[in-house]
Design a protein around this ligand. Sequence first.
Ligand code: 2RA
Length: 335
Amino acid sequence: MAVSVGIVGATGAVGQELIRLLHERNFPFSSLKVLASGRSAGKEIRYKDETFIIEEATPESFDRMDIALFSAGATITKTLAPEAAKRGCVVVDNSSAFRMDPDVPLVVPEINPEAVRDHKGIIANPNCSTAIALMGLAPLHQAFGLKRFVACTYQAVSGSGVAGMQELENQIKAWSEGKDCPPETYPHPIAFNLFPHVDVFFDDGYTKEEHKMLNESRKIMSMPDLPATTTCVRVPVMRAHSIAIHAEFEQPVSLEAAREAIAAFSGAELCDDTANNVYPTPLQFSGKNKCGVGRIRIDSALDNGLAFFVVGDQLLKGAALNAVQIAEEVVRLQA
Ligand code: 2RA
């Protein structure tokens, strides 16, 4: 069954990956509209030998459109996504606008694909650090029953879009030329630096990014009371997020069973052979669909605890790939 598809926010880093993935995964689209703000209307996007002319996203853009993949800011999404849904177009939204709305399923297809069935026109894609962390946590939860977790992230600048990637590149270039390049996207220089600050701070001292990982993990895994705590850190890495996780489980754990669970999970690649310096790294997992999981060891501070390291491409499993996988599930259910 061929469907008409639109991408809202086509000019961004995630938008570009959406165009590529829809083509490379042979998504069954009959037409593909690329939409953005009025500022970009009329500009061209090229993918191989195809040229797409960007149209301004308006409510009428969604007339006769079957699926819209949104990768725009939460404010524009809050206005346009309900307009699209009203017109019978299924929205897969990458922003935080609807993720915690009880009427909107929040989906990671490897974990809760059944939630897609409950949509009322909008389906939310999780935040990147959550989706990537869950590629390690979910299979271990299935194996041993998750009780609580502590996560520390090392987040790439791609999480701030093209502007973040440009800022890192510019600062490294300026440094190599002995020049100054003051921060614009971030509160501090990102080249040769890092800071425990991703998104805005809340009154409880956590950041919005840290809240997202707790709340979204609970919703996706249907564990509303799951205790978890996180520290999210921005690092000078271009496009893959890394996450160190310490998790406690209900049942006794073993390294062998943990490795088997990771190896059998479709979203993960077991990358765990320290004798040969094998563990996942951001360079190795940039551009990969699967997330790498390694450094699996018995956590010495927890009961039935495991410590491990997960790495995933922020623009792929952390955004565009998960959105396209959700859209594939929508098409599968409609067929
Ligand atoms: C970041 N999580 O890395 C955000 C992007 N969604 O900044």
